[in-house]
Every structure is written in structure tokens, then in C-alpha cells.
Design a protein. Structure first.
Length: 102
């Protein structure tokens, strides 16, 4: 049980770091998404995400998914598959944060 707790805690910390690091990277114009992927990403490949807003530095709104292979994929936040992935990631984060308080 303790091993699972340690893995979950480590995963939660990594997710938070990924979000924080991604947010700072998105401030650089060279890191802006200019178009969207046409292919939905499998859930098992996604490790985290950041949100790109057109009201900030970049031209388009986008969700930037990060993959296990260290790649970035720009997705349209209005696409159904993107909304499903964001919901799944949110639920996963809720479960992990709940485990950390037990």
C-alpha cells in the first residue's frame, strides 16, 4: 500500500511541475501553437497539459498535451475528444489529491 501511495504522490508532484513548467514555456512566442493536431491522442500517452490563451501572447486558444515521449501536441479546446481528455485528467488529479490527504 505504501508503494502505491509513493507512486501516486510522485505522480501528483510531477503533474504539478509539468503544469508550472508548461505555463512558463507558453509565454515565449516560439512555443505558441499555430495549428491543431487532427489526430486524437490516446489517453495512455498523455502525461499532462497546459492551456494556451489567445488573449495572452499567442494567436489561438489551444490545449497543449504532453506525452510520455516528451512531445507536445496542440489541440483545439472545442473538440469533443479534447474535452473528454481534460475531464479524465481532472478526475485523475482529484483522486490523487484525495489519496494524499488520507
Amino acid at each position: 500500500i505504501m508503494a502505491n501511495f509513493n507512486k501516486n504522490a510522485a505522480f501528483a508532484v510531477l503533474m504539478c511541475l509539468q503544469l508550472l513548467l508548461g505555463a512558463t514555456e507558453a509565454q515565449n512566442n516560439q512555443d505558441c501553437c499555430l495549428s491543431y493536431t487532427k489526430v486524437p491522442l490516446p489517453r495512455r500517452t498523455i502525461t499532462g497539459f497546459t492551456e494556451q490563451l489567445s488573449s495572452e501572447v499567442c494567436d489561438i486558444n489551444a490545449i497543449i498535451f504532453y506525452t510520455r515521449k516528451g512531445l507536445r501536441a496542440c489541440a483545439n479546446p472545442k473538440d469533443r475528444w479534447v474535452k473528454k481528455q481534460l475531464h479524465w485528467l481532472g478526475e485523475k488529479l482529484k483522486k490523487l489529491s484525495h489519496l494524499n490527504y488520507i
